[in-house]
Design a protein around this ligand. Structure first.
Ligand SMILES: [Zn+2]
Ligand SMILES: [Zn+2]
Length: 348
């Protein structure tokens, strides 16, 4: 089968590799689409501790079941499916609750396991046993389903934030994740929205597809002062930091209002993740800060439901569809910022 094989930093090669064999309890998926995630871009540029080259990355997958191993139940050949990325040990406290994303011994599709930038993807037995293969509803196309994984992660982040009708919401980061957060917040009733980014190009590109009420270029203007003046010094109800930047996390604490909720959605580089803030802001204003990491099956289902009901228009996030061979071109387009989701079309 054809696969884009990651060979190390800034090296991906299209190769013929052996098609995986489907053992007992496993499922082989014929991949139709696999979207490029921000993490794939970072793995390409800097490497990733869980990815040992040569390896096939990619985890935002939509395809159809091509083969099933003996003893695989609850699925049918030809089922249109997407997959849950996190695979847990199945035994620990978190796995028992279904939070495979929090398993201390957890592994993931496209990181430890081979991923979806290939014609076929093998879902290992443990993942199948954890119900990680989800059927896509009839009225959702496969290309739309390829954004279910990132959307489910945003849902995980927002489930903590309890956004209500009339809330004001500020999002740091005008990439696809930032825009998914903005749209999700709207489905929960957010009214005044602020989009903050250091890149004028990204802000303008994002705004040509979506419409935040206020755009703030934090390279040019101070988001703290700007939001203070736009909210009569009250601050915003919810801040989502979908940008991997310490300064954005610190600013989030300055622009949030009383009883505000903050999501530190994006992680920081591991050797540069200590931030400074006045903890009295939390105390006197009753602020909560939440983290979130990846997502679990129920949130994939929520994401599919939002797409089925058209509360989230999946197609609006997809700005580029490229053949697998153009994976590096796709990665470079994302780096330039004039894209939202870039999807690789694998089955021609
Ligand atoms: Zn992803
Ligand atoms: Zn576990």
């Amino acid at each position: 089968m054809k696969a884009a094989v990651y060979l190390g930093i800034k090296k991906i090669q299209i190769k013929e590799v052996e098609r995986p064999k489907c053992g007992p309890g496993e499922i082989l998926i014929r991949v139709h689409f696999c979207a490029i995630c921000g993490t794939d871009v970072r793995t390409y540029l800097h490497g990733h501790k869980k990815v040992k080259p040569p390896h096939i990355i990619g985890h935002e997958i939509a395809g159809e079941i091509a083969e099933m191993g003996k003893e695989t139940k609850g699925h049918q050949l030809g089922d249109r499916v997407t997959v849950v990325t996190s695979v847990g040990c199945g035994k620990c406290r978190w796995c028992q609750k279904g939070y495979y994303n929090l398993c201390p011994d957890g592994e993931a599709i496209g990181y430890f396991y081979q991923g979806g930038f290939a014609e076929y993807l093998l879902m290992p037995q443990e993942a199948v046993a954890q119900n990680a293969v989800l059927k896509i509803p009839e009225n959702v196309s496969l290309v739309e389903a390829s954004i279910v994984e990132p959307l489910s992660c945003c849902i995980n982040g927002q489930n903590y934030l309890k956004i209500e009708k009339g809330d004001s919401v500020a999002v740091f980061g005008a990439g696809p994740i930032g825009m998914m957060h903005l749209e999700l917040a709207r489905t929960s009733g957010a009214e005044k929205t602020f989009l903050i980014d250091i890149s004028k190009e990204k802000l303008e590109f994002a705004q040509s597809h979506f419409s935040a009420d206020y755009l703030i270029n934090s390279q040019k203007e101070n988001p703290t002062e700007k939001i203070s003046s736009l909210t009569e010094n009250k601050g915003v109800d919810v801040v989502i930091v979908a940008a991997s930047a310490k300064i954005a996390q610190e600013q989030a604490l300055k622009i949030v209002g009383k009883k505000g909720r903050i999501s530190f959605f994006a992680g920081l580089p591991k050797d540069n993740s200590i931030i400074n803030f006045d903890s009295n802001i939390l105390h006197y204003q009753e602020i909560s800060i939440f983290g979130s990491f990846a997502s679990y099956r129920e949130e994939y289902e929520e994401a599919l439901n939002l797409i089925v009901s058209k509360k989230i228009e999946a197609k609006k996030f997809i700005t580029h569809i490229l053949p697998l061979e153009k994976i590096e071109e796709g990665i470079n387009l994302i780096r330039k910022g004039k894209t939202l989701k870039v999807i690789l079309k694998i089955r021609i």
